[in-house]
Structure formats: C-alpha cells, structure tokens
Design a protein around this ligand. Structure first.
Ligand SMILES: NC(=O)c1ccc[n+]([C@@H]2O[C@H](COP(=O)([O-])OP(=O)(O)OC[C@H]3O[C@@H](n4cnc5c(N)ncnc54)[C@H](OP(=O)(O)O)[C@@H]3O)[C@@H](O)[C@H]2O)c1
Length: 251
C-alpha cells in the first residue's frame, strides 16, 4: 500500500534538508517529482542524489506565486495532474521580543504560512490536481505546538500553519484531497539546525539533545512520515498534526 510509483509529487524546499530527504525517498519509490528551491547549486545536488530521470526542477522563491503557477502549468502539461504536495520551504529567525520588528514577523509568515496556502491554492485548481484526490503535507514544527524563547514569530507562523491546514482539510475533503501537517522536533542534518548551533553554541545543542528521549531526529525520519501521509496507508487520515519529535513533547 506504500505504492507511490508514477505519482506526481510537488516538493518545495527540495534544495536542502527535509525537502531533499523527501525527494530522495520518493524517487526510490519511483514517484515523479516537481521540485522547487531557490539555490540552483543545491537543487543540482538534490538532482544528483535522485533515482529516475523524469523529475522537473524550478529555481524560484515560494513567495512568487505567479511564477509558481506558470511552473505548475508547465509541469502538469509534461507529467499530468498532481497527486501530492509536500511544503517544506521554511525559515526561522531567532531573536528576543525586544529586538522583534514587523519585517521579521512578516517574512516568516510569508514563507512559512501564507505561501504554503497560496501554493496549495494553485495546486488544487481543477486543471492541476488529480480529480480522484490526493494528499498535501505541510512541514510545521514542534515549536508550532509548544513554546520556546526567542522564536516568537517562527512558532506563531508554524502554529498558524497547523490550524489553517485543519480548516483546509475540511474544505478539500469534498475533492478527496487530504491535508495534514508534520511537526518535527530538532532535525540533526539540516542547514537550519547548523545555523542554530552556530548562533547558540555547541553547549546549547548538547543540552537540547538531552531534552529528547529518543535523541534529535534525522531528515529521513521526517521523510518516512511524509511517505505515510502521501500514501494510501493513511487514506482516512486528514486534518491531523503528526508529531515526529523523539518524545520531546511527551513530557
Ligand atoms: N531543522 C529543524 O530542526 C526543523 C525542525 C522543525 C521543523 N523544521 C521545518 O522543516 C522545513 C524544512 O527545513 P529544513 O530543516 O530542511 O531546513 P533547510 O535545510 O534550511 O531547508 C529550508 C528549505 O526552504 C527553502 N526556502 C527557504 N526560504 C525560501 C523561499 N523564500 N523560497 C523558496 N524556498 C525557500 C530553502 O531553499 P534554498 O536553500 O534554495 O533557498 C531550503 O530548501 C522548514 O519549514 C522548517 O521550518 C525544521
């Protein structure tokens, strides 16, 4: 039932981290991928790790919704209607409230939340999406569920993603399109985490790891959860937030 062969899956944030791991896993299962990222070199690195050669690549900013729409039209013409979507593009700014400003809020909400729903709007247009339905997975964060200091805008944007996805799940159920979020805890092998360690120190990282009963997680752990939510194994699961955090939030 984990059959994703020939399924057409769109992934944003495919140039790095979780999005790249999802692309690699899906290509091993013979899905056909439409991959988005901004950094061309990093998209090329993803390309070099994929199985199969029918995948399409687009280097663009997720906030450029007109270009996204044009690219999706082209991809649908080449490969056929879309069956699944993983929205993994995301940014995190860390700073205390006293240093916060509207630009920092707006940028995180634009990339992490507004563009997630805007891209979903384009993809689920009748001409673009499989008329039998499919599955959408938004990558949120455990920090959209539980709070932490210095990440006010990030956690607010990720919490909004979870609650918006729940409403979308109800709305899109008429088209048999399932909508779920995944909330990872700290993911070891990503640019975002490397940047956080640079900002906060190795001691901070060691202390953080102690808070995870099963340890920090890997990009593959998140990718496997995505495969489940994209496949028919989860055909009655919609409107949920699947937490993949090594037990961090169980306490
Ligand atoms: N790392 C963690 O510990 C962690 C934990 C929980 C949740 N998450 C979430 O997981 C998702 C993936 O992050 P990651 O951990 O894989 O980090 P990452 O390695 O930094 O990847 C982030 C991805 O987002 C893309 N991106 C950022 N801004 C973009 C924009 N304006 N337009 C287009 N693409 C953009 C990047 O593309 P370019 O590099 O090409 O610009 C990159 O592919 C994010 O939503 C993040 O919030 C991460």
């Amino acid at each position: 039932m984990l059959n994703l062969e020939n399924k057409k899956i769109v992934i944003t944030g495919a140039s790095s981290g979780i999005g790249r791991a999802c692309a690699i896993s899906l290509s091993m299962l013979k899905a056909k991928l439409i991959l988005f990222g901004r950094n061309i070199e990093r998209l090329e690195e993803t390309k070099s790790e994929l199985h199969g050669n029918e995948h399409l690549f687009y280097s663009q900013d997720v906030r450029d919704i007109n270009n996204f729409s044009i690219s999706i039209n082209e991809a649908v013409t080449k490969l056929g209607p879309i069956d699944g979507f993983i929205y993994s593009a995301g940014i995190q700014h860390s700073s205390p409230l006293r240093k916060y400003n509207k630009e920092i809020f707006t940028e995180q909400f634009d990339v992490n939340t507004v563009s997630a729903f805007e891209t979903a709007r384009i993809l689920t247009q009748k001409k673009n999406f499989n008329s039998d339905g499919g599955s959408i997975v938004f990558i949120s964060s455990i920090k959209g569920v539980v709070g932490d200091s210095n990440i006010l805008g990030y956690s607010a944007s990720k919490g909004a993603l979870i609650s918006g996805a729940r409403s979308l799940a109800i709305e899109l159920s008429k088209k048999n399109i399932r909508v779920n979020t995944i909330s990872p805890g700290m993911v070891e092998d990503t640019t975002m985490t490397v940047d956080a360690i640079k900002q906060f120190s190795n001691e901070w990282a060691l202390k953080s790891k102690e808070e995870y009963p099963l340890g920090w997680i890997s990009t593959s752990d998140v990718a496997y959860a995505c495969l489940f939510l994209l496949s028919d194994l989860s055909k009655k699961i919609t409107g949920t937030n699947l937490i993949v955090d090594g037990g961090f939030s169980a306490k």
